[in-house]
Ligand binder design. Sequence first.
Ligand SMILES: [Zn+2]
Length: 397
Amino acid sequence: MKNTPKAKYVFFFIGDGMGFAHVALTEAYLATEHGNVPGSDPLCFTQFPVMGMATTYSYSNMITCSSAAATALATGHKTRNNIVGMGPDSTDLRQFTYFLHDAGVKIGIMTTVTIDHATPAGFYAHSADRDGYYDIAMQLPKSGFDFFGGGGFDGVNSKKIPNAKHNIYDNVAKCGYTVAYGVDDYKSKKAAGAKKMILFQADTSRVNDILPYVMERRPQDLTLKQVVASAIDFLYKPNDKGFFMMCEGGKIDWAAHDNDMAGVITETIDMDEAIKVAFEFYKKHPKETLIIVTADHETGGLTLGRTKGYTFDLSGVDVTLKKVQKEKITVDNYLKQEPVDSLSKAANIGWTTSSHTGGAVPVFAVGACSQMFSGRQNNTDLPKKIYRAMGFGELKN
Ligand SMILES: [Zn+2]
């Protein structure tokens, strides 16, 4: 069995809400940028050699929420909407990240939204209520996982708990975590010997918010690309037992909930930028690295085409992006100011919902054991396959 390929370093990218159409729209935008109209210019991850699809329905609903989907992707079991890391009967399910961690694999969890939000929480927490942010935030450092990064704790805003913020940060410190604010701070704290790391934004006034949208990003703002690069720097050690990272592009979903096509495009490109960092790592360790890119569900019922006709024109996207940048409009204001649907209408882009839809999502993979991820699969198959790909056999939880 010595020559069997094994994935020692695994990157699991989840584009929250990123259906097939979100990918197609982003690639049509890239083609427009390059003057190839009509056309479709590929992202990095869509060029991966293995492609499949995954179902998304939850135990309770054809249309899943992010917490039930994250639970499926982290435990291999479907559960009810609104539940995190528990079965339909609200008993705890052990995520495969815990089994990996017990076996000496380093674990990193990162996202562009808050770190106690549904998708990241699905990989470390157990809660019957995905909105129980305080409870989830308190569970985070108890995981003992090695690296967390992205937006801060939404749990600090809990109105029912006195001193929520103090309790959460106190708990983090007690459990042996160092919190770094920005990449420079990360570097100096790592050099000072930090054992377990949480990387948040340098702008401490926004530290417990999501990472800023690409559209309103300032040069000093933390990006998923930087978080992934820091996670590799922190978790990779030659002759070690390897790592598993879950990296979420969380604002693709948020933009799609707003039916904001410019947001969907820029956030999808931004996740691709982070994937490129993983791909560079793969090129250095091709035999031992596996990258999987998928989604938890589709958001918005996005379509390329609207009520009728064959017109399609994305030239308005750049006009909007330039305006937002020039006038320093925040995404919230831009959504209020300009009926966001006018941009979709002009482009002939359709939306059917401001919520999620029940269809399948794409799966892309490259590297060690990547062929396992081709074809049709259930979302619950993905963690089982990752566990097998990493050489640990059947996931029994
Ligand atoms: Zn959503």
